[in-house]
Write a protein that binds this ligand. Sequence first.
Ligand code: TRP
Length: 477
Amino acid sequence: MVSTAGTQSGEQGWSSRSAFILAAVGAAVGLGNIWRFPTLAGESGGGAFVLVYIGFVVLLGLPLVLSEIMLGRAGGEDAIGSVENVARESGVSTRWKGLGALQITSGFLILSFYSVVAGWVINYVYLAGGDFLGAVMSGDVFAGAFAGETQDQITGRMGDLFADPTRLIILHAIFMAATIWIVASGVHDGIEKAATWLMPAFFVLLVIITIYGALTGNFGEAVAFLFTPDFSKLSPVVLNEALGQALFSLSLAAGGLLTYGAYVSKDVNLAPTAGMIAMADTTVAILAGLMIFPIVFAVGLDPAGGPALIFQTLPVAFNEMPAGALVGFVFFILIFFAALTSSISLLEGPTAWVIDKTGWARKKAAIVVGLVAFAIGVTCALGYNVWSEVRPLGFWNIFAETDILDTLDGFTGKIMLPLGALLVALFVGWRADANMVKAQTGLSDGMFLVWRFLVAWAAPIAVSLVLLFGLVPGLLG
Ligand code: TRP
């Protein structure tokens, strides 16, 4: 059946519950799982980070996923309009809609750098595709990737890419154009269709590469690395990092779920749906770790390789492994699919707001929003070459060393997302009408109490503490 939910613009909603779940899982599963999670886990020593991360997902992430989808559906508009509606119906100040504005801004900023990183992925689809083609032409379909190149040459490909602003910008433009095109095609004919094709393909590829890694790589060492916590590695900064990553990966606090929630029909039971989204996202993050680290360890590479981990270390590994050319190619296609189903949710949030606000056609709104995000992304791309000296928040010691892209990533992830989550928790836990909230969530009496406790108390306290201890040393230092 077709949902009657939608924004003021009369946008038609998801065609079914499973379509919504695929779209929301598609939004959640992305570069966050396959690029950001292994990078952070690797840098923060593995097991301890993973444990804290999972704790945040279960105790804060899951309750907040339900909160945001619920708010979106109850409000039935874009992220700002929905919160305003719920505030009005609850008899509290409509200024709470500011939380929607904060979220939309976060999503918009994330989109701008997300598309740049997705452009790197396209570059590697292209390079790995060329290697695979070369392998096929040479008659050896199962050759390693980058055959005949030294390790330095392979890792050097990343440096070559970063040194080339034109290439970075063109790739960023290609990815943004694809994102705009899908969003402009509509919720039903664009976003939903993309998710129903790309996500199943993604899962099949993910399972194949994980099995490959387990068979050919150093699986035992990877498992030990990811699941043996070394608590000496924990610090307030790591906690802040893990919280930001949990929010980022679940697509929380940046308008995505609020907006997607508005397209969910009234008869969908939200609580189990939220559970499935959180579960699928976390499973993929762990699987991505189990896919990447066995390969990293098999060839003796450094797990703390940073943002270049999947782009530099993995191609080196693929070079040395059987059928590496083929697997490398498939791997980067997989990441591309995941990135695309996420970027469309990032663009949809601000686009829905512009449509509701201005009455513009969806196509026009998507293009305008996408182009502005593209322009901001261009500064990130230039931050690797012509503006490589620029440190936008260099006066602040936690961002003293960070280039433009990392500053946007860090500022949104460590500050804006936690603030957005804090406001959602306070609004849903304390201000929104409890009866309405309970009816929307579909939780039983007992579960509702547990959920409400997590949202009203646990989330605000934990997020505040993490913000305080993660950022204040940075402010003082
Ligand atoms: N969750 C996505 C990922 O892990 C990124 C993303 C999509 C996102 N939509 C979002 C992050 C909304 C924050 C908010 O790659």
